[in-house]
Design a protein around this ligand. Structure first.
Ligand code: FAD
Length: 297
């Protein structure tokens, strides 16, 4: 019997076929983190996500960690997407990284500007904006390419309008966007509407991250997505009634409600920031899709 070679699955094809459910992980830096991630991956694999993505920092060791995790996942039962950043990369280096991914059947990449580097080894970048990376990935091969979207505007942007224009420009060349986390349906619908006004209708996957502690409220604000006062009040009421466990349950409930609203409003899928833990993601996922990943009627 002759075996038929199958091409690696592309995320743009998955999105064209229907809703996607995806999970984001970061590469572990210690044996303990590796053990946590292994347990999380085994648990979340049973939910049969459409794909999973792996974050990336520019430092030399962290580059290898992302590459190893992405290719390990791709060799298993899941489809993986590699994040790439402009920060700290020369063009020739990035071309080589992209070619290495293609050689390992990794055809899904997320082209990102990158966070400000902490690593003193990082060289000055030959890329300025994520769009430069999208252009290079298009040149190197048949990648399906995602980009970041910031519903409230990127924190470094002078205003939301200019950020939308730059997002529209990179999304014209890319295949889809994934948003920074946010907490209100209108943040996503406004983003999609404003892109539509710029004639861009590519899929925009909402990024979901539940607030599970009161300390998380200020952390999220520092990350550029302030938790709305109404949600903070819900969490505080829960805390007064039942302490940290009740805050967590209320945060998961609020995220599940947002996901329901997003799917009802036509979101092309849901992307969960897992922070390498499975429980909150699993609870939200099960409330939406049941234990076997099937959406309730
Ligand atoms: P860009 O698209 O380059 O935009 C950055 C800023 O430049 C914006 O203000 C934009 O409006 C502006 N801009 C863009 N083009 C132009 C232009 N032509 N002229 C003038 N201004 C312009 N960071 C990591 O380090 N590693 C990760 O793995 C990672 N994963 C992420 C995943 C998701 C889903 C998201 C939403 C973010 C992620 N980030 C990650 C964070 C991201 O790198 C930062 O938010 C970064 O500051 C901006 O990235 P960007 O891709 O939006 O950049």
């Amino acid at each position: 019997m002759t075996s038929v070679a199958t091409s690696p699955v592309r995320i743009d094809q998955l999105l064209a076929a229907g809703h996607t459910r995806s999970f984001e992980f970061f590469p572990p830096k210690s044996d303990e983190e590796s053990a946590t991630l292994s347990a999380t991956l085994s648990d979340l694999e049973t939910l049969e996500p459409s794909f999973v993505s792996v974050t990336y920092r520019g430092g030399h060791e962290s580059r290898q960690r992302t590459f190893d995790l992405v290719t390990h996942i791709q060799r298993g039962r899941l489809i993986s997407m590699a994040h790439l950043i402009c920060v700290g990369h020369r063009r020739a280096e990035m071309r080589q990284i992209l070619e290495n991914y293609l050689a390992c059947d990794v055809v899904n990449v997320m082209a990102l500007g990158g966070d400000i580097p902490e690593d003193p080894d990082l060289v000055a970048s030959e890329f300025r904006y994520a769009l430069d990376l999208v252009e290079l990935a298009r040149d190197v091969g048949e990648f399906s390419i995602g980009v970041a979207a910031h519903p409230l505007g990127h924190p470094r942007s002078p205003d939301r309008r200019s950020d939308r224009r730059h997002l529209a420009e990179k999304l014209r060349l890319a295949d889809f966007a994934i948003t920074q986390f946010f907490f209100e349906l209108a943040d996503w619908t406004t983003l999609v509407q404003e892109l539509g006004e710029l004639d861009v209708t590519k899929p925009v996957l909402p990024g979901i991250m539940p607030v599970t502690t009161l300390a998380g409220v200020s952390r999220m604000a520092q990350m550029g997505a302030a938790v709305p006062a109404q949600l903070v009040a819900r969490l505080e009421t829960a805390h007064a009634a039942g302490g940290p466990a009740a805050v967590r349950a209320e945060g998961v409930r609020a995220a599940s409600e947002l996901c329901e609203q997003l799917l009802g409003a036509g979101a092309p899928g849901l992307h969960f920031y897992t922070l390498n833990r499975s429980t909150a993601t699993r609870e939200i996922h099960e409330s939406l899709f049941g234990p076997h990943g099937v959406r309730r009627p």
